[in-house]
Write a protein of this length. Structure first.
Length: 243
């Protein structure tokens, strides 16, 4: 009887150990992985030009480079956009080339815009100078845009004859014709070299019928005019920065 009892006790001890082993071998539940948050990127933009780029007579955030940066950021709230301007009122193509050589911008910009030439016309510089220096500026701009010409946008020259200042010049037809010549050259050069060219000249030619397009100085585009520039530039800029 005693032996029989010992066998029963031994059996239950073995069963208990088996249960413990089975329970301890059950794997712990795998924790649910947290989906990583998408981190935004930082994009850089270089604007090259003259008074139309620096935003003469409008607020610091009213020019088209600042407005363009903001619009790009609005489309991608997780991203950050910063812009640098190399431009000054009165600059010709020669002045801009000199400034680029002096400031030596880096070559890693995600977007570059170029708007230059009005002062070549205004100061009666030989058109041959623009024919020579505009292509040089385009090459400089491409170099700054990571060497990728698809990151460059060339913007046409506004027509200042459709402003109170331009009307007082007495040479409206001559000025408009000459500016057309400049813009035609720039557009063809860009088309021949597969570079984006955005025409905004027609917007500025509404300045007499819509005074809201002209800044308080009676010459330069207003904040509103620049916003219309940005509407045309934005689709191409969006593609360029995400190349």
């Amino acid at each position: 009887m005693k032996k029989h009892f010992q066998i029963i006790v031994a059996f239950f001890l073995l069963l208990s150990n088996a249960n413990c082993t089975t329970e301890s071998s059950i794997p712990e539940p795998t924790p649910i992985n947290t989906v990583p948050q998408t981190q935004g990127k930082t994009y850089t933009y270089l604007a090259l030009g003259d008074s139309y780029t620096i935003g003469q007579s409008v607020c610091e955030t009213c020019g088209f480079p600042a407005q363009l940066s903001k619009k790009l950021a609005d489309l991608n709230p997780s991203d950050t956009y910063s812009h640098k301007i190399i431009a000054q009122t009165g600059w010709t193509t020669t002045n801009l080339l000199s400034a680029i050589a002096t400031q030596n911008p880096t070559s890693n910009y995600d977007l570059v815009t170029l708007l230059i030439g009005v002062n070549n016309q205004y100061l009666n510089k030989p058109f041959a100078l623009y024919e020579k220096e505009f292509p040089e500026l385009v090459l400089k701009a491409i170099a700054a845009a990571k060497g990728d010409k698809t990151n460059l946008i060339v913007v046409s020259i506004p027509d200042y004859t459709y402003t109170p200042f331009g009307q007082a010049s007495g040479n409206q037809t001559k000025i408009s014709t000459e500016l057309d010549h400049y813009n035609a050259f720039a557009k063809k050069y860009c088309e021949d070299n597969s570079i984006i060219f955005i025409n905004i000249t027609d917007i500025t030619r509404q300045g007499l019928t819509n005074p809201n397009l002209v800044a308080t100085d009676g010459l330069h585009p207003s904040e509103f005019a620049y916003s219309l520039f940005v509407e045309r530039i934005l689709p191409k800029a969006t593609v360029a920065v995400h190349n």
